[in-house]
Design a protein around this ligand. Structure first.
Ligand SMILES: Cc1ncc(COP(=O)(O)O)c(C=O)c1O
Length: 416
């Protein structure tokens, strides 16, 4: 031990412009969804090059809204990956539909598109790929399967704001794409998300459902009638009408104030992370127990996370022991992700109501198989071996060098 300071797993990069914009919003007299959210939506839409961008309070909200707007519900199945954050599958269950897992590729940790078709049944309604760490999934294959089987595609792009697949920006390919601006994401609004689509009707429906399911944006109800944000100008008082039992998922202007300035610096942030990824990859070439993920292909990688797979079968220590050692040396680490089907909810979710459960968990509201180890071998292998190392623009080159030194030393010391 120990570097003079703790290198956090992540730190947001908030500058004076964000602070000024937030203060301006606070002083403006309008702090919830309003002109700044509108501006952020417009700027994000231009960045992605899509037709519609709907500001939300999270990526989870966007995934849930997508399912709801596509009328996916009870009795339906949605294909997704077990190597993801719980939110991806939680929202499927919120709709009382069944998440159907497909194993992942070892070199990207993305859903293995070659294994999707085996899982399609007459109940399958959608595929929900996750662009793990910002490496795009094989969207040509996925869109082709979706077309042949008449399925919707909802992309979880929580990690993938900058990603491109074969020259197309993520956010333009599936029926819906949901992005995250959570505190650790590539750009942040603290909490927040954006849902994109190129379908006008779906955009209208999702936007309406994002704010209670009513016909006019709430914020416009209180604007002067001659405001540029009110269609038709001096039209007098307008009642709103309820069309769906919608949700309260709207982004608000304090979040957007941060996002507007984060978006301006998105390319610079990525350049820094790319540089650090190259340093890590180069350094770990000499350590055969460390497997690094694929970074090249006909894609642009968003480099949200730096994940290594440690071949712990060749070491004296398991993943958690290695992580503890790294942390003791003043470095924050993460795990992205432990396979979802091994989590207690999925292990016990297929129980019949009333039967005992280790943790007294509620039974799932949808049919689930009896999940066991062995069902998704690649996901299970990596679930026990992945470690995420710090990767963010506020890090310095010296921090990256220190992380490399510590990780290499610990692995070498753990050899059998
Ligand atoms: C793959 C993935 N999907 C969805 C989410 C949820 O994002 P949010 O916190 O914006 O709802 C996350 C968050 O970490 C994630 O990693």
């Amino acid at each position: 031990m120990c570097n003079k300071k703790f290198i956090q797993f992540h730190q947001s990069y908030i500058q004076q412009a964000e602070i000024k914009e937030v203060v301006d919003t606070l002083k403006s007299g309008w702090i919830t969804t309003g002109p700044k959210t509108k501006r952020f939506e417009e700027e994000f839409k231009n960045y992605i090059g899509c037709k519609h961008a709907i500001g939300l309070n999270s990526c989870t909200a966007g995934l849930h809204l997508s399912l709801a707007a596509l009328d996916i519900g009870e009795g339906d199945e949605v294909i997704t990956t077990p190597i993801t954050f719980p939110a991806t599958a939680n929202v499927i269950i919120h709709q009382r539909a069944t998440p159907v897992f497909v194993d992942v590729e070892m070199d990207t940790l993305n859903i293995d598109a070659n294994k999707i078709e085996d899982k399609i049944t007459s109940r399958t309604k959608a595929i929900m790929p996750v662009h793990f760490s910002g490496y795009p999934c094989d969207m040509d294959k996925i869109m082709n399967i979706a077309k042949r089987h008449n399925l919707f595609v909802i992309e979880d792009a929580a990690h993938a704001t900058e990603s491109e697949y074969r020259g197309k920006k993520i956010g333009n390919i599936g029926d819906f794409t949901s992005f995250s601006f959570y505190a650790t994401k590539n750009i942040t609004t603290g909490e927040g998300g954006m849902l994109t689509t190129n379908n006008d009707d779906l955009a209208d429906k999702a936007r309406m459902m994002s704010l209670h399911g009513i016909s006019r944006d709430a914020w416009k109800r209180y604007l002067p009638q001659n405001s540029p944000f009110v269609k038709g100008g001096q039209g007098g008082f307008q009642h709103w009408e309820l069309f769906y039992p919608g949700f309260k998922y709207n982004m608000f202007d304090i979040q957007a104030a941060i996002g507007i300035h984060q978006l301006k610096r998105i390319d610079g942030f990525l350049e820094k992370r790319k540089r650090y990824v190259s340093m890590y990859n180069e350094a770990f070439k000499s350590i055969p127990e460390i497997v690094t993920l694929k970074t090249k292909g006909r894609i642009k990688h968003a480099h949200h996370l730096y994940v290594i797979i440690v071949k712990t079968e060749e070491l004296k220590a398991d993943r958690d022991q290695l992580m503890n050692e790294i942390q003791k040396n003043g470095i924050g680490v993460g795990v992205h992700f432990r396979a979802l089907h091994l989590q207690p909810y999925y292990q016990e979710g297929s129980r019949v109501k009333g039967q005992g459960s280790r943790k007294n968990l509620p039974p799932a509201p949808c049919p689930l198989p009896q999940f066991k180890r062995g069902m998704f071998p690649v996901a299970e292998y990596v679930s026990d071996r992945v470690i995420s190392l710090p990767l963010y623009p506020k890090m310095r080159v010296s921090d990256v060098k220190y992380v490399i030194k510590v990780v290499k030393d610990i692995i070498i010391r753990s050899r059998k």
